[in-house]
Design a binder for this molecule. Structure first.
Ligand code: LR7
Ligand code: MN
Length: 576
């Protein structure tokens, strides 16, 4: 009976002490449940024999636990209960100066307690959830390059304060060649005083977050590796939902909901539980709305684990052995970027599951720009990493990436043969399988007729997004044949797409805009007739026409009249 578990109503240290005995007693009586639970797991895991499935954890390896006691607010210090910190006007100059160092409000961060309290942002139903009495231990791995003292220490302290102690094996810090004095001996001395075993490793030279994490993972003693960025705050009950998914199935990779810690005020702002991870043609990770289909699969329960197509990358838990079985990370990736999508595709395509546990919340300081250097250049590094993942995992869909971002063609990808061999060895499924089964809503269309430029027969100019953001009108330009802003896909769903935007016309006379694709036809449905070469807008019945005059670079809708200005050539297929 699953109810003989821990009490989630515990709120203060004092109350906790009082209830501790009761909890201990409840745990004692729980043998039956544990046995039943583990047997269930065994059945599930026995079904495969391809060597990738891991047996359930031996019971002796699991730990009894109780929720971490609530740490009381330190009323005097700013930012308690996750509130915003406002800097008095006379300190504004210092604030702005310090902002440059980390690209967040360091002055504010330094004013906040390392143990600051947060509100419990969970759904009531989450607080009442019962998790298995026995859970695996985890090592929390935090890599950093030049991280500020207070953000790093709050990541550490919130982990210590809000994790059930028996489950927190250790904290592993990896310093990726930082140049800041406070990350030297001061940090070494400080971590010796922590109540949880904390080890610090340093990369020999700047190696980037991917190889730094690999270094940290090598030293992990816990059963589960939990990665965190170095500027996070874990909230009450953050760890249990992650570990309990993994104890049920060791091939599940679980992320918390990543809440927002404001880069300007350090306010803790709850993120939506209705978004999941996707990606655009440029292979940027993006949040998109959870489709109805997934809501239904979860029986409408917003506290049930959400199967996400991709993860943001910084905050997740994974079984240690599974991490290696599934291919850890691509060591050929530098500094930052790409590894999050690479792991997402790999996990899904090679038989794992990627989830967001909506009852687990961790805050993260989202920054607008990066504070540190990218040896080799930001663009080059990210293109290199993304090209590697495109080459290994995207199959034919890699053309979307290269076409919208032709710069990636000029960056050496390096040797990807080992990663390709991994994909073979693990007998991973195709990217088509991923799009069909995991991510039918993907912005890289599953089926499409054409990917290339769309040229007007009369003017010989091409449709061009002009690099505008969603909501901007569609433009035109001289055809340059270079892809980028002039590459469009005509899809089986009759959309004309550029990245995650679709040609959208709301009124017969109104502008044609680029709007986030919604995949529901409506104003975004167009019919291309290969004979007449017209692009007809279904809702209005009008035809896409060249701009009114030569100096207006905006195509329009007009009644279909067979004129040359309404003829469009979809001939130059880009297949780089
Ligand atoms: O060379 C480096 N060495 C490092 O150790 C560069 C970075 N790092 C460290 C850095 O100090 C930080 O702790 O790596 C961590 C991530 O770098 P950030 O915080 O500068 O980047 P980010 O928050 O924009 O990164 C997101 O995307 C990255 C792609 O490579 C990683 O996957 C990050 O972990 C990821 N962060 C998150 O998922 C948090 C939520 C952000 C979103 C969406
Ligand atoms: Mn980060």
């Amino acid at each position: 009976n699953k109810n003989l578990n821990n009490d989630y109503t515990i709120k203060t240290n004092d109350e906790y002490k009082g209830k501790k005995a009761a909890i201990a007693a409840a745990l004692q009586k729980d043998e039956d449940f544990d046995e039943a639970n583990l047997e269930e797991n065994e059945v599930e895991h026995d079904m495969g024999d391809d060597g990738l499935l891991l047996p359930p954890y031996p019971k002796s390896q699991l730990r009894r636990w109780a929720p971490a006691p609530f740490v009381k607010p330190q009323e005097e210090t700013p930012g308690e209960m996750g509130k915003a910190v406002n800097i008095p006007i006379e300190q504004e100059k210092v604030m702005l100066e310090k902002f440059q160092e980390n690209q967040f409000n360091l002055l504010a961060s330094d004013m906040i307690s390392l143990n600051r309290s947060l509100t419990d942002v969970r759904f009531e139903k989450c607080k009442a959830k019962r998790y298995p009495t026995l859970l695996p231990t985890t090592s929390v791995v935090i890599v950093f390059h030049n991280e500020a003292w207070t953000t790093l220490l709050r990541t550490i302290w919130s982990t210590i304060n809000r994790s059930p102690r028996p489950l927190l094996k250790e904290i592993i810090l990896v310093d990726d060649a930082s140049e800041k004095e406070h990350l030297g001996k001061k940090l070494e001395d400080y971590i010796k005083t922590l109540p949880v075993s904390t080890r610090l490793f340093r990369t020999e030279s700047r190696s980037g977050l991917i190889r730094a994490r690999l270094l940290g993972a090598k030293h992990v003693k816990g059963d589960v590796i939990t990665f965190l960025d170095a500027h996070c705050e874990c909230t009450e009950g953050w760890l249990e939902p992650l570990l309990s998914r993994i104890v049920e199935d060791r091939s599940t990779v679980v992320c918390p909901i990543i809440d927002v810690i404001s880069d300007t005020t350090f306010e803790y702002i709850q993120a939506s539980d209705m978004t999941w991870g996707g990606f655009n043609w440029k292979l940027n990770f993006r949040w998109y709305r959870v489709p109805e289909r997934e809501m239904q699969r979860r029986g409408g329960d917003r506290t049930a684990p959400l199967r996400t197509p991709t993860m943001a990358g910084g905050l997740f838990a994974i079984d240690r052995e599974y991490f290696y079985k599934i291919g850890s990370y691509d060591e050929g990736m530098d500094i930052w970027g790409g590894e999050n999508l690479e792991m997402s595709f790999r996990v899904w395509m090679c038989g794992g599951t990627l989830e967001i546990a909506p009852c687990s919340h961790v805050g993260h300081v989202f920054r607008k720009t990066t504070p540190y250097s990218f040896p080799g250049g930001t663009g080059r590094v990210v293109n290199h990493n993304n090209a590697r993942l495109a080459e290994v995992w995207l199959d034919d869909w890699k053309h979307f990436y290269y076409n919208i971002n032709p710069g990636a063609l000029n960056v050496p990808v390096g040797d990807v043969s080992e990663r390709k061999a991994l994909r073979e060895r693990l007998k991973c499924k195709s990217f088509r399988w991923y799009l069909e089964n995991i991510y039918p809503e993907s912005q890289m269309p599953l089926d499409y007729y054409y990917l290339g430029e769309i040229r007007n027969a009369e003017t010989s100019n091409c449709l061009d997004t002009l690099g505008g953001k969603a909501g901007q009108p569609l433009g035109m330009g001289y055809c340059h044949g270079m892809g980028g802003n002039q590459v469009f896909a005509y899809t089986k769903r009759k959309q004309i797409m550029s990245d995650d935007n679709c040609l959208d016309a709301a009124h017969p006379r109104g502008p044609i805009k680029l709007i986030r694709c919604h995949g529901m036809r409506g104003n975004q449905e167009w019919t291309y007739d290969t004979k007449s070469r017209t692009i007809k807008h279904t809702n209005t019945g009008m035809c896409l026409d060249k701009p009114e005059s030569a100096d207006v670079w905006k195509p329009v809708l007009r009644s279909c009249d067979r004129s040359r200005g309404q003829q469009w050539l979809m001939q130059v297929d880009f297949k780089w």
